[in-house]
Ligand binder design. Structure first.
Ligand code: ADP
Ligand code: MG
Length: 320
């Protein structure tokens, strides 16, 4: 590498370390030291993104950085946690300074948006891979788990589904108009972690998960962990306009059910929370749509025009 590991960290990553009062020691020592606020507990999550699997190496470094951090923040959103600190393990084929500057800029954008401090990491040479760990705070009495869905709960989705999946489909088929492609790629490259929503839902909802692998697959995780079944209506799933305007309605809805990478939240809440959730959706300007109910039993039943679809459907496969 033209630039050694230490000068690379000094030049590109140390400047990102905006300072939070709860970080006693950040980048530069053998480990970081932080303080957890009184009364809070830590939620910790790690996701690795591999070039050619989770993103394509010809995407801009800024987009790769943004997405890598956003999907990690999304896991905290699904717990009802408030993000605080992040560490970044970066494996790079080479020390390309333009790429690094662009990567740092994409990372910085989200660090600032969520007031999260980069507190350390590791830098190695090898195939492009990004591993991020984020730490966030939860209120020990109010956080969201996959195993907390209860029979009678309503099942909700934030936002709309399908746009990221049609972007992936379009990378292979190249059939969208330029305008629709831009909308779809924005959803794929720039997922918005639903942090505010997760924090607010922590005291209202029972179970939650962020939709990374597709609604059908991710809702199934809630069902398995909670030992319950679900009945949902394909007609009720909020589908991105870019899907409805480019596919037959059934195909658009199926893509919204099975397509991944949207990073919306799927959550369950008692039926008597309906008005409170509608009010929250209005306050946060984020649609929260009821798509079905939790029932006794096992498995996911999805109805379309009164008929049951045969599930499981083929899962989401990213880029390979
Ligand atoms: P060590 O040999 O003790 O693991 P390193 O040389 O790997 O230390 O890292 C030196 C310092 O730089 C550490 O504080 C580490 O957390 C930080 N660091 C290394 N790589 C990154 C990175 N990509 N982003 C942020 N901090 C990093
Ligand atoms: Mg190291």
């Amino acid at each position: 590498m033209a630039l050694n590991e230490f000068s690379l960290i000094e030049k590109y990553f140390s400047p990102l370390s905006i300072s939070r009062g709860d970080v006693l020691l950040g980048i530069g020592d053998d480990a970081a030291i932080t303080t957890i606020p009184t009364g809070k507990q830590l939620a910790i999550t790690t996701d690795t993104l591999v070039a050619g699997v989770h993103f394509l190496s010809d995407w801009s470094a800024r987009d790769i950085a943004y997405k890598s951090l956003a999907v990690n923040l999304s896991d905290l959103a699904a717990m009802g946690a408030e993000p605080a600190w992040v560490s970044l393990a970066l494996t790079l084929p080479e020390a390309n300074e333009l790429w690094l500057a662009d990567f740092a800029a994409g990372f910085q954008e989200l660090l600032q948006q969520y007031n999260v401090q980069l507190i350390g990491g590791d830098t190695t040479q090898g195939p492009l891979t990004i591993t991020i760990t984020v730490h966030g705070f939860i209120n020990p009495n109010f956080y969201l788990r996959r195993d907390a869905a209860k029979v009678g709960d309503m099942i909700y989705i934030t936002g709309e589904l399908g746009a990221a999946a049609i972007a992936v489909k379009n990378l292979k088929e190249n059939s969208l108009s330029a305008a629709d492609q831009a909308v779809a790629m924005q959803a794929l490259l720039r997922p918005q972690a639903k942090i505010k929503e997760g924090l607010a839902l922590a005291s209202m909802a029972h179970a939650a998960i962020d939709i990374s692998d597709g609604l059908a697959a991710d809702l199934n995780h809630i069902l398995n962990k909670s030992s319950v079944a679900a009945r949902i209506d394909l007609e009720k799933i909020p589908v991105a306009t870019v899907c409805l305007s480019n596919l037959a309605e059934f195909d658009a809805r199926l893509l919204a059910l099975t397509g991944g990478d949207d990073y919306q939240l799927c959550f369950t809440a008692a039926a008597n929370q309906q008005a409170a959730i509608a009010e929250l959706a209005r306050q946060l300007d984020c649609p929260m749509t009821a798509i079905g109910v939790i029932e006794q039993g096992t498995g996911l039943c999805c109805q379309w025009q009164g008929k049951e679809l045969a599930l499981p459907l083929k899962g989401y496969e990213h880029f390979r």
